[in-house]
Design a protein around this ligand. Structure first.
Ligand code: ADP
Ligand code: MG
Ligand code: ZN
Length: 587
């Protein structure tokens, strides 16, 4: 009887011990341990010789601890989500929708969460993962992003890992062993893996929650259908845990598909807000600016933002190439990206952009899926996008860290005509639909009234005029500012040529903030780059820009003060805090 071989028995005891070490504070964990003990008891009755003396002692100890454990009250006090938000994630408050989704999941109910890109969907499963204990499975479609997602979660102090086809067999086995031993709380996996080895591993893990990210991929009606998402249909009936489906875009039909395909039971449907007040939205009609072509305007916009990350979207590959070249010739760190480039070039551009080795990517709409760089400071549309959905997705890549970021649209009726021509080959119904979408976009660009109000209104949300974040409500004119910045720099350069010894002066024209803070910010940024390299993570995983800005302006002098800065939790403090504090104390 193979079950009673000493090695098999020792393995089972090890697993049981691992479960025991995960804790016995929930009914589920106790039930699993009791079942494990019972199984081993039966083996012992049949084959006592398979048990070493120390095995028996361990089992006795576990049973004694269970017997002595305090009775479970039906409502064990759980950590308060707000407290976990502050202590683990370092955020002062929830974004719209987050708390409602988290409460739903913690109450054990299935949930469809619909929040725009950048609104903070990851937190809605990461935070419950910490509170629920056990393991949360995250199904995510982009293998290329899993490592970054896991790195970011780990830097936050979350015990996260991933399983996918990129792992060597030995590494994979080790991770599975660690998972079974309860060393992780968050597991990312691709839908393709769920049927394969991840699937059987799940049987041995105490699963608390399944989160399905980019859940619209399950629907044929969605814009990104992935057949492998159909592998997830059995998860609910198999594991009986709450399912959280997350997506940025879900029409009625797609939501219905998600619920059906995942076998969700009476799910709550929670929508975050589509309003992103930190996006400063402006639009310019082509040809209405006195000084120069759209190309000149873009060159000044980019040229006046050295060291800041940006994306310039163009309608055609040809325009992408020409614009990127023009920017590079004028000293901007720019690269082109479109679907006609070889995959290795595209990957390199993406990596360089993420790492901050280039400032600006000039791209067609092919650039985007998987860009979750939080500090993109501006998105320019050289041409009008073909739909409001597309426009919203693209500007949504700016300002994910919550800092002010410009979204600058150039549009014209000629763009509408060109887009109509693109639609020429489609079937008649499809062509009509596209023509209508293009005109909707034109009306949004050219119409009156608050741009944010109209934009979120398109997605069925009603808000008051933003009053501060668009060029209809406020006197925003980034083209004018860029022109002024360029003129001022030219004057300074001329002046310093007239005064050959001026190099000793304190001027630092490219610094992001004025005076002292700017210099300090640069030093903080340099330190961040060093630490990022040392840890092999993208710079923003160390600290986002917003944190560096606050450090530069508030200059904390103690660990307590440092921990009060936006984006600093205890884990981040431990990993990265002390060298930054030393730098701040030096001054
Ligand atoms: P999504 O998946 O919805 O596109 P992410 O989960 O990637 O968005 O989050 C985007 C950014 O928002 C991340 O940099 C994250 O740290 C930040 N973020 C999430 N929740 C909050 C919050 N409550 N307060 C401040 N920043 C947050
Ligand atoms: Mg996401
Ligand atoms: Zn407005």
């Amino acid at each position: 009887m193979s079950q009673a071989e000493p090695a098999a028995v020792a393995g089972k005891i090890e697993d049981l011990l691992a479960l025991f070490h995960q804790g016995i504070s929930t009914a589920a964990s106790r039930a699993r341990i009791v079942a494990g003990l019972e199984e081993l008891r039966q083996v012992y009755r049949a084959e006592p010789a398979a048990f070493r003396e120390q095995d028996v002692a361990v089992l006795r100890e576990i049973s004694a601890a269970l017997a002595a454990a305090p009775p479970l009250s039906p409502a064990l006090p759980r950590p308060d989500p707000r407290q976990v938000l502050a202590e683990v994630f370092g955020h002062p408050s929830f974004r719209p929708g987050q708390e409602e989704i988290i409460d739903t999941v913690l109450a054990g109910r299935d949930c469809v969460g619909i929040m725009p890109t950048g609104a903070g969907k990851s937190l809605t499963y990461q935070l419950p993962a910490r509170i629920l204990g056990g393991l949360t499975l995250v199904v995510s479609p982009l293998i290329s992003l899993m490592k970054d997602q896991v790195d970011a979660a780990q830097a936050q102090g979350i015990r996260a890992t991933f399983l996918n086809s990129t792992l060597e067999p030995e590494e994979r086995r080790q991770r599975l062993r660690d998972l079974v031993a309860g060393r992780y709380e968050l597991l990312y996996a691709a839908p393709e893996g769920i049927e394969a080895s991840v699937g059987w591993a799940l049987e041995r893990l105490s699963l608390s929650l399944v989160a399905v990210d980019e859940a619209h991929c399950i629907s044929q009606w969605g814009h990104d259908f992935r057949p492998a998402y159909r592998n997830l249909s059995g998860l609910k009936s198999r594991f009986r845990v709450p399912i959280l489906a997350l997506t940025a875009t879900a029409t009625r039909q797609v939501t219905k598909d998600i619920i059906e395909q995942l076998g969700m039971e009476a799910p709550a449907e929670i929508r975050g807000s589509f309003f992103r007040p930190n996006l400063l939205v402006c639009a310019y009609k082509k040809g209405e600016q006195a000084d120069g072509s759209v190309r000149d305007q873009i060159r000044r916009l980019v040229g006046s933002r050295p060291g800041k990350s940006g994306i310039v979207y163009c309608q055609s590959r040809k325009a992408v190439e020409a614009t990127a070249q023009h920017l590079a010739e004028h000293g901007c760190r720019a690269a082109a990206y479109h679907a006609g480039l070889p995959p290795e070039v595209r990957t390199r551009v993406q990596d360089d952009f993420r790492a901050g080795a280039i400032d600006v990517v000039v791209a067609t709409i092919a650039f985007g899926m998987g860009i979750d760089k939080p500090d993109v400071r501006y998105v320019v549309h050289r041409d009008m996008p073909r739909s409001v959905e597309g426009y919203y997705q693209e500007i949504g890549r700016a300002g994910r860290d919550g800092l002010p970021s410009h979204c600058i649209l150039f549009y014209s009726w000629a763009d509408v005509m060109i887009l109509d021509r693109f639609a020429g080959e489609a079937s008649e119904g499809e062509r009509e639909r596209q023509r209508a979408q293009v005109r909707e976009m034109y009306r949004l660009a050219d119409g009156r009234g608050c741009r944010h109000q109209r934009l979120v209104g398109y997605f069925g949300e009603a808000i008051r005029p933003c009053q501060a974040s668009c060029d209809r409500c406020q006197d925003l004119d980034p083209l004018h500012e860029a022109r002024e910045a360029v003129r001022q720099r030219a004057q300074e350069q001329a002046a310093s040529r007239r005064r050959p010894h001026a190099a000793a002066g304190p001027a630092s024209p490219a610094a992001p903030l004025a005076g002292e803070d700017g210099a300090l910010f640069d030093r903080l940024k340099a330190l961040r780059r060093e630490l990022a390299e040392e840890h092999g993570v993208p710079a923003y995983v160390v600290f986002p820009d917003r944190t560096l800005h606050e450090l530069a302006s508030r200059r904390p002098q103690s660990p307590e003060a440092f921990l009060a800065i936006h984006g600093v939790g205890p884990r981040k403090w431990e990993l990265f805090g002390p060298p930054f504090l030393r730098l701040l104390q030096e001054r």
